[in-house]
Write a protein that binds this ligand. Structure first.
Ligand code: G1P
Length: 276
């Protein structure tokens, strides 16, 4: 029912300079797999097969990654090294990849709106690849959200509790609890100071959006940082209808920070890579 997943991937990755000077931050590896590949895998495991990637200048290696490299295939054919390509081959075989470029950097909301021609008039997921989410004992996070969407049929954001002094890094929500892990959102604020935060429930980079969000985004004025914020558009959608916040099961690593990146690397080395 939800087939498409949008990956905003045009950002400069300034927090990881100089590594990201000529390489997209989405290609930074966690052990041996780039961040974008973990995200595409999570989308496919949730049943989504059309991957719509919003790129920018200097991001060509993203397209090459999800394509066949004939030389390489030829070189390692029938050798023991073929096993290293098993995962990426599955993605290339089972998914379709679409690309567009975000020409100006005007915020996450603007990046999502740039993807509209690839999405059209249907509900879709949005994943931010630098939030790596793992749930090794059960459904991946996006699959959990797709299940919820089937039931509620409205936009859903993934949230987690964060320390109060970190609210300025996130979109923060407040809402009416519907269950222990589900809220109907009443308020959303982009990157509030701790004293202005409506709660400590922070949005992380997993969204399911209904397509009316595009019209709302078109009318959303620049907000925090002078950028068009998806949080502001969702606040409008919540006022007009319903937006849910879901406390997901699993672990999220902020791979946009050095600390989260190292944590994710250690975790994946111990729990994923060594078990393959
Ligand atoms: C974006 C969103 C923010 C959200 C965060 C999750 O911020 O604007 O609402 O909490 O992603 O990672 P960014 O981290 O791109 O500044």
């Amino acid at each position: 029912m939800i087939k498409k997943c949008l990956f905003p991937a045009a950002g400069y990755g300034t927090r990881f300079l100089p590594a990201t000077k000529s390489m997209p931050k989405e290609m930074l590896p966690i052990v041996n797999k780039p961040l974008i590949e973990y995200a595409v895998e999570e989308a496919l495991d949730a049943g989504l097969t059309e991957m719509a990637i919003v790129t920018g200048r200097g991001k060509r290696s993203l397209e090459d990654h999800f394509d066949i490299s004939y030389e390489l295939e030829h070189q390692i054919q029938n050798t023991e090294k073929e096993k290293y390509l098993t995962d990426i081959r599955r993605l290339i075989n089972e998914c379709t990849f679409l690309y567009t470029r975000q020409v100006e950097m005007k915020g996450l909301g603007h990046a999502i709106l740039s993807g509209e021609p690839m999405i059209g008039n249907e509900p879709f997921a949005v994943m931010l690849a630098d939030d790596l989410c793992l749930n090794l004992d059960g459904d991946p996070v996006l699959a959990q959200m797709v299940k919820l969407f089937k039931q509620f049929r409205c936009s859903i954001v993934a949230v987690q509790e964060v320390p109060r002094d970190e609210t300025h890094k996130y979109g923060v929500i407040a809402g009416e609890p519907m269950r222990d892990d589900l809220f109907r959102i009443s308020t959303m604020v982009e990157k509030p100071k701790p004293e202005d935060a409506p709660s400590n429930l922070a949005i992380i980079g997993r969204y399911i959006l209904t397509p009316d969000i595009f019209d709302i985004l078109r009318d959303t004025p620049p907000g925090k940082g002078g950028e068009i914020q998806i949080t502001d558009a969702l606040q409008q959608q919540a006022k007009d209808g319903c937006v849910l916040a879901y406390k997901f099961k699993g672990t999220r690593f902020d791979c946009g920070s050095a600390e989260g990146y190292v944590e994710a690397t250690n975790y994946c080395f111990q729990n994923v890579y060594k078990n393959v």
